[in-house]
Design a protein around this ligand. Structure first.
Ligand SMILES: C[S@@+](CC[C@H](N)C(=O)[O-])C[C@H]1O[C@@H](n2cnc3c(N)ncnc32)[C@H](O)[C@@H]1O
Ligand code: SF4
Length: 409
């Protein structure tokens, strides 16, 4: 979730969408995102829309948030008319595991009541390993969750300390095993690389832990120094060095080499999985421009080319919904050109790549030039057996993905 909301037009108080936006609803996978804006403590690098109990005081609570969420999901069902059943649900945060298994069961019940779930729905929740247990995983499995994503970040204590995270040693790996034992079909571990002070050996130890956990999905993110965070202030004061681009590139190559050699293959620039069955279908919906309703404070939604975003503060969110109003703060109707640029930005990051047909003639020439420079796969661009060419990043191209995108839009 970006911390600065884009400028857009005001959103209507009843949340209504222009009728053309609804015309193709249900033709592509439909997702529901639920944002849980609570964390036990704030990690120094994180600028997600999340609040500690101390920051909220008495202005909002998990109970007022859940009332608001139920009201927003009811509103969503009304706005969408006859909404499609949810193919994917992603309960993210913040730290959804702070709600406990019963709280997460209530969240999923609210989604079921509003939309219904497809028979094979993928239902994910994010969790901080420290607020999980074997009973927690058994509880969410019984409630209908099929997938869990755990924030591990690193196995090295001194790296975790720079990130302001405390993990009981070995807890992320133990949590991943408990999740699988509880019968969750898919388990992801999140890693952050490039933290100041992290050595190649520290990252190697983190990757060993990930492999020991036997998960089928890994997300590995370069540390981003977000403006306004405690980490950014420490770097500005000279207490810590800023992450170095060359080191970040080396670390990415290390992650990719170790994971690929152990049967986890990239399918998006920052995501690896054991195979297509383990790909996160919900996130693929974002990357492929599908429709989703994002509920909760600060959540973003997209339906049929209309994108909108909710107010960020949980008290304001709950207050608007208690008054029968939409929590949307603003929205934008994407032009054909906006949608074309987004498609290039997002699909180019996937291992399936982007059909060359979506590029203008000059951009197709640019793509061929990028292939001759080793940034795009030349065989994929050429196309095979009458199939049209695709733009698929090479290993070097993945390191320079943003620059390749800029050349093609
Ligand atoms: C909502 S959190 C995951 C669940 C839980 N809150 C936790 O941290 O354990 C989503 C993920 O975003 C990533 N993340 C957050 N801020 C980041 C930053 N500044 N740079 C890189 N990755 C970041 C972390 O890997 C984190 O696990
Ligand atoms: S990284 Fe996770 S636990 Fe830490 S503040 Fe962000 S959302 Fe909360």
């Amino acid at each position: 979730m970006p911390s600065v909301l884009p400028e857009g037009e005001p959103a209507p108080a009843d949340g209504a969408l222009p009728p053309p936006a609804l015309a193709s609803l249900g033709r592509r996978p439909f997702g529901v995102y639920v944002h849980v804006p609570f964390c036990a403590t704030r990690c120094g690098y994180c600028d997600f829309n999340t609040y500690t109990a101390g920051e909220l005081g008495s202005s909002a609570s998990p109970a007022s948030w859940l009332d608001g969420l139920r009201a927003e999901l009811d509103l969503a069902a009304r706005v969408l008319g006859s909404p499609p059943r949810a193919d994917t649900v992603f309960v993210g945060g913040g730290t959804p595991s702070l709600l406990g298994a019963d709280g997460l069961a209530s969240v999923l019940d609210a989604v079921r009541d509003a939309f219904g779930l497809a028979d094979d729905a993928e239902v994910t929740t994010e969790s901080n390993p420290e607020s999980t247990s074997a009973e927690f995983f058994a509880g969410i499995r019984a409630a209908g969750y099929t997938r869990v994503s755990l924030g591990m970040q690193s196995a090295a204590p001194h790296v975790l300390a720079v990130l302001d995270r405390t993990h009981t040693p070995g807890r992320p790996v133990a949590a991943a095993r408990e999740a699988r034992t509880a019968g969750l079909d898919h388990v992801n571990l999140d890693l952050i690389y490039g933290t100041p002070g992290e050595r190649a050996g520290d990252l190697a130890a983190s990757l060993d832990s990930v492999l020991a956990a036997g998960v089928d999905h890994v997300s590995a993110y370069a540390l981003i120094v977000e403006e306004g965070t405690a980490l950014a202030r420490r770097i500005a004061r000279g207490e810590l060095p800023a992450p170095d681009d060359d080191v970040l590139a080396e670390r990415y190559e290390q992650v990719d080499a170790v994971l690929s050699a152990n049967g986890l293959h990239w399918y998006e620039v920052s995501n690896w999985a054991t195979g297509p069955d383990a790909w996160c279908r919900h996130n693929l919906g974002y990357w492929r421009g599908c429709d989703w309703w994002g509920a909760g404070p600060g959540a973003h939604s997209h339906v049929g080319g209309v994108r909108w975003w909710n107010v960020k503060h949980p008290a304001r969110y709950a207050g608007l919904l208690a008054g029968g109003r939409s929590p949307a703060a603003g929205r934008e109707v994407l032009s054909t050109q906006d949608r074309r640029v987004e498609r290039i930005m997002l699909e180019l990051r996937l291992s399936d790549g982007l059909s060359i047909d979506h590029l203008s003639q000059p951009a197709q020439a640019e793509a061929r030039a990028a292939a001759s420079e080793g940034l795009l796969d030349p065989d994929a661009i050429a196309g095979v057996n009458g199939h049209h060419g695709r733009c698929v990043l090479t290993a070097r191209g993945r390191l320079l993905a943003d620059a390749v995108v800029r050349r093609l839009v």
